[in-house]
Design a protein around this ligand. Structure first.
Ligand code: B1M
Length: 208
């Protein structure tokens, strides 16, 4: 059934994706298994086909929408048994970038792990991150970027946090497909996650 779910993500078939996600949950699969063994591999294929010119934006958008629908179904199952009160994470996709599936997944897992998550959405400017950090007394600012062209917005946000006098009171985490540990180090971020699970582990270390 997981192979069929993976294929339905690639095909962008929302009805099948929703039905199979629910059927797998009902059959005892965990939300993490469904993510790791069906949904994420499906999006990987979509990414590869997009790169090769075999899939175009409208089709990719369809896959992205059905993936988000599946994440919404999984959301209540992603954090069972978590301790609460780890602190507040303000998370967003940087300015100029509208990719949000990975960022939403990171936010959901952080919430499941016990963080209060303020999700600012996509196209978040440095000023918006700073304002939200202040408003919510955030322990962590989490930035996601999927485009090489929007990566520099991360360094700009770190500079804006410094200018606002907040850099010492808030930890900065970065992630997204083109981001690496080396890049995180280069721009002076405190944490990086190659995937959502690693991001949660790093976030816990940062507030621990
Ligand atoms: Co876009 N896109 N896209 N796209 N898209 C990529 C990123 C691309 C690699 C595709 C490709 O060419 N193979 C390519 C970027 C190339 C580059 O910059 N080097 C690309 C391009 C070029 C574009 C456009 C420019 C295309 C165009 O218009 N010509 C355009 C840009 C729009 C914009 O942002 N301004 C565009 C548009 C779109 C869609 C709208 C169609 C759609 C996005 C829909 C949406 O998000 N709501 C889309 C999609 C779906 C993709 C791919 C296929 C899939 C991204 C995804 O959701 N992956 C992507 C190909 C790829 O990445 N292989 C691609 C699944 C998701 C779970 O993974 O986001 O990596 P990911 O998140 C992971 C980790 O990175 C990490 O954890 C997550 C879970 O494990 N993580 C963090 C993410 N954020 C984190 C934050 C953290 C820590 C970890 O701490 C805070």
């Amino acid at each position: 059934m997981k192979d069929q779910l993976k294929q339905a993500v690639i095909d962008g078939n929302g009805d099948i994706v929703n039905a199979l996600t629910q059927a797998l949950l009902a059959g005892g699969s965990s939300a993490r298994e469904i993510l790791d063994e069906a949904l994420l591999p499906g999006m990987e294929v979509v990414g590869a086909r997009m790169r090769e010119g075999d899939m175009f934006i409208p089709e990719v958008l369809l896959s992205a929408r059905v993936m988000q629908g599946a994440l919404d179904i999984l959301k209540p199952h992603l954090g069972e048994g978590a301790a609460a009160g780890l602190g507040t994470v303000v998370i967003g996709t940087v300015e100029g970038d509208l990719h949000d599936i990975g960022k939403n997944l990171v936010g959901m897992l952080m919430q499941g792990a016990g963080f209060t998550v303020v999700n600012l959405g996509t196209g978040v400017t440095a000023a918006d991150f700073v304002a939200a950090a202040q408003e919510h007394s955030a322990q962590i600012i989490g930035m996601s970027a999927l485009l090489t062209t929007t990566l520099p917005r991360m360094a700009e946000t770190i500079a804006a946090l410094k200018d606002a006098g907040l850099r010492d009171s808030v930890k900065v985490m970065v992630g997204g497909a083109p981001v690496t540990q080396a890049y995180a180090d280069e721009i002076g971020a405190d944490g990086y996650g190659a995937n959502a699970g690693m991001a949660v582990e790093r976030a816990k270390e940062l507030v621990g």
